[in-house]
Design a protein around this ligand. Sequence first.
Ligand SMILES: Nc1ncnc2c1ncn2[C@@H]1O[C@H](COP(=O)(O)OP(=O)(O)O)[C@@H](O)[C@H]1O
Ligand SMILES: [Mg+2]
Length: 310
Amino acid sequence: MPPAVVTKDLRRSWDEREAVRGISLEVQEGEIFGLLGPNGAGKTTTLSMISTRIRPTSGDAWVFGKHVVKDVHAARRLLNVAPQEEALYPTLTGAENLDFWARIYGVPRSERPARIERALAAVELGSRRDDRVETYSGGMRRRLNLGCALVSEPRLVLLDEPTVGVDPQSRVHVFEAVRNLRAQGITILYTTHYLAEAEELCDRIAIMDEGRLVALGTTAELLACSSASEVVELRLGGPTERLPLLERMPEVERAEQHGSIVRLFTRRAEPLLARICGQGILDQPIVQVGVSPVSLETVFIELTGKELRD
Ligand SMILES: Nc1ncnc2c1ncn2[C@@H]1O[C@H](COP(=O)(O)OP(=O)(O)O)[C@@H](O)[C@H]1O
Ligand SMILES: [Mg+2]
């Protein structure tokens, strides 16, 4: 069985600018695969090439072995997209919206009711099936938008930032819906600029920045890319003048200061702390000490030189 998605040196230019600069990756059937990157990284453009909505400038992509340009119709039958912009009719009910999309996708009349019920169940909207969409919360509309992609019974679902502007509780529901799909063997390609979301939901993550793939792996594999393994956080009595000194210590991979808080990225916290305390390196008293393992955020900063924040 070919992988769910294969891309080889995929590129796309808009006007003269290259937005996607050679993406090669593989997504296995049944996994939740995350494309993580800041706004403008090229996530949507990559997703749109895989979903056959836009043509690559060069390079190739296959969906379950079907080429997205040469076998475009076969590829399209295997996938569907829940786009960032909701495509819903507010005055129709949830079930009517799903029926509308089922017709668009050419689902035979006899099969439509069962497909609609399965889609409603997958996104947990069965109890609201006969309510007009204009009465739905933002989170419910997002889930219905996902449901609309399911009525074509795709084997690959592409979700483009499905939780942007959604409250935390609705986000949990979106996650549940995505996990329900995986449990049914459906492959998910999920884009997000929320680091914690990728870490929580995705089996594997590809980090994108400025059109390129900068790292790919499970969260554990990505964490292993970091030169540090622990972060020592010192809360001091006031801002210190000694940051340059701390940065030069051989145990310190990287140091940052935010007011009276100093963060030191290191391979081993214990000997570092012993030296700082024992040698009186600081010009401020230490009020509090915290040690935590490095996070995906640390790795992201190391790889891209950027913070990934809203
Ligand atoms: N239809 C378009 N026309 C021109 N430029 C575009 C278009 N779509 C995206 N871009 C540009 O391509 C780059 C990548 O955009 P996009 O793929 O939307 O990134 P992301 O989804 O990661 O935010 C950006 O610089 C964006 O301005
Ligand atoms: Mg986007």
